[in-house]
Design a protein around this ligand. Structure first.
Ligand SMILES: Cc1cc2nc3c(=O)[nH]c(=O)nc-3n(C[C@H](O)[C@H](O)[C@H](O)COP(=O)(O)O)c2cc1C
Length: 445
């Protein structure tokens, strides 16, 4: 049996993602990093030199003045990844795209194009959008409720996969002698008519060297986990402790079995900030330094409303009990995350100030220490069925360098991470099977 190796991804958030309001002040990061393609190419090449599996681009389409700096001004994922596709050779290219505000035909086509441009390295992080305000950018009064969002997402994935199966592998004969360009018997229309979408097909693009782009999923509710367990090749999540990570891992893999899937077919990759220091204490000092510098309490208060549909918490008395009634604003937003916050605040009788301070403290990463400490901890989580891989938050350039140059070699020495890419495709490097070609008639009964 082939020993499964750890998977690594990098999440570049330029001038600062959530909790990093002042990251852009750092003189080692260009002030335009989030819209500077040279910066992204540099990050992707560093990750590729360290044999990372993938670059993971998060995204959203609604901003407020309290949004993190990277969110205020950033490149659209597939456009950005197309540029990375021609400036890198091996690394996988995963983009976040929402099923709530795109047509399946459009997404199927754009992702299939990226997959061909990159010669089989494209991936799609399927999200349903937690930012309720996105509705206003797409002609809707309100964001979809959970039922509709996840109902659409499931059907959406069926349609997109169906469209990717428009042509059989060898449909294009391209034989100038016989004059046959296409074997028409290998072209299949979709003719999908469902609850949310009606799509005739076929899609006007052939399959890629990895067959189809790799599907990631991020969404933590019961609906979200079922969607991931049923349809995804990989899962993006956040797990602050090994116990939480193990519980999530087991839950997802158990759900996969219920959907008649081999649990090894799903790669679980939580995201982490990582701090490497000369001693364990030094690493924690670096972490503390960045956390203090990255966001003031006032900035944290402004950003806190995001999971509650960008509800403005500045209107409440900071020292009064946490306003649990604000949960109603989260009902179509990041409800799972907001419910967790509200339940915890209520159970501990926290004020709003204490709640925000608690969650700022909870951002302390489990992965900080010397390179050996960090590597040991990653191996412990990996061996303890808490993860199959991890997405490293790029953070500070020096820190990413220390990770790639000090931690990765230890992981390689211990035999848990590759020394060379095994394959030319993202699917191959993740150890996933190339999907069997299925005729649309079979897929869309
Ligand atoms: C770890 C994680 C990452 C996510 N990343 C994104 C993202 O980049 N863009 C986005 O629009 N939504 C993102 N989402 C939002 C989800 O798609 C979903 O709309 C939201 O989490 C609410 O659903 P849930 O209660 O199932 O988690 C993310 C969710 C999770 C849990």
């Amino acid at each position: 049996m082939i020993k499964k190796l750890l998977k690594l991804g990098v999440i570049p958030t330029g001038v600062g993602g959530p909790g990093e309001s002042n990251r852009w002040l750092d003189t080692d990061i260009p002030t335009d990093a989030s819209v500077n393609i040279d910066w992204f190419i540099d990050v992707a090449r560093q990750a590729e030199a360290a044999k990372f599996d993938l670059v993971f681009i998060v995204d959203s389409q609604f901003i407020t003045k309290d949004s993190p700096p990277h969110y205020l001004n950033r490149l659209e994922p597939l456009t950005l990844l197309s540029a990375l596709a021609v400036t890198t050779k091996h690394i996988g290219l995963v983009g976040t795209l929402t099923t709530s505000y795109n047509d399946p035909f459009n997404i199927a086509r754009r992702l299939a194009s990226l997959d061909l441009i990159s010669k089989g390295r494209a991936g799609w992080n399927v999200v349903t959008s937690g930012d309720t305000g996105t509705a206003g950018n797409y002609g809707r009064e309100e964001h979809y409720d959970y039922e509709t969002r996840y109902g659409r997402a499931e059907e959406y994935l069926d349609v997109v996969k169906g469209l990717w199966r428009s042509y059989e592998e060898d449909a294009f004969v391209r034989d100038r002698k016989s004059g046959v360009f296409l074997d028409e018997s290998k072209l299949h229309a979709l003719n999908h008519k469902g609850k949310y979408f009606s799509v005739t097909g076929p899609l006007n693009i052939q399959r890629s060297p990895q067959g189809e782009p790799v599907i990631f999923q991020a969404g933590d509710s019961d609906h979200g986990r079922n969607l991931g367990a049923k349809t995804a090749d990989a899962i993006f999540t956040h797990s602050p402790t090994i116990e939480q990570a193990q519980a999530f891992y087991k839950d997802l893999k158990d759900r996969a079995v219920k959907f008649n899937r081999d649990p090894d077919e799903i790669t679980i990759m939580p995201g982490f900030s990582i701090f490497v220091g000369d001693t364990d204490d030094h690493a924690r000092e670096i972490e503390q330094f960045y956390r203090r510098q990255d966001q003031s309490f006032e900035q944290a208060l402004g950003e806190f409303g995001r999971s509650f549909g960008w509800h403005d918490f500045r209107q409440y008395d900071l020292d009064a009990p946490f306003p649990v009634s604000a949960l109603e604003y989260a009902k179509n937003s990041f409800y799972t995350a907001s419910k967790r916050i509200t339940d915890l605040a209520a159970s501990k009788n926290f004020s709003l100030r204490e709640t925000i301070e608690f969650f700022r403290g909870a951002r302390r990463t489990p992965l900080a220490g010397t390179a050996t400490t960090v590597a040991n901890e990653i191996i412990r989580w990996f061996g303890g069925q808490a993860l199959d891989g991890l997405n490293v938050q790029f953070g500070h350039p020096n820190q990413f360098k220390r990770f790639t140059q000090e931690v990765v070699p230890i992981l390689q020495d211990r035999g848990v991470f590759r020394e060379e890419y095994e394959d030319t495709t993202l699917r191959g490097n993740l150890g996933l099977r190339k999907p069997r070609f299925v005729k649309n008639a079979e897929l869309c009964r």
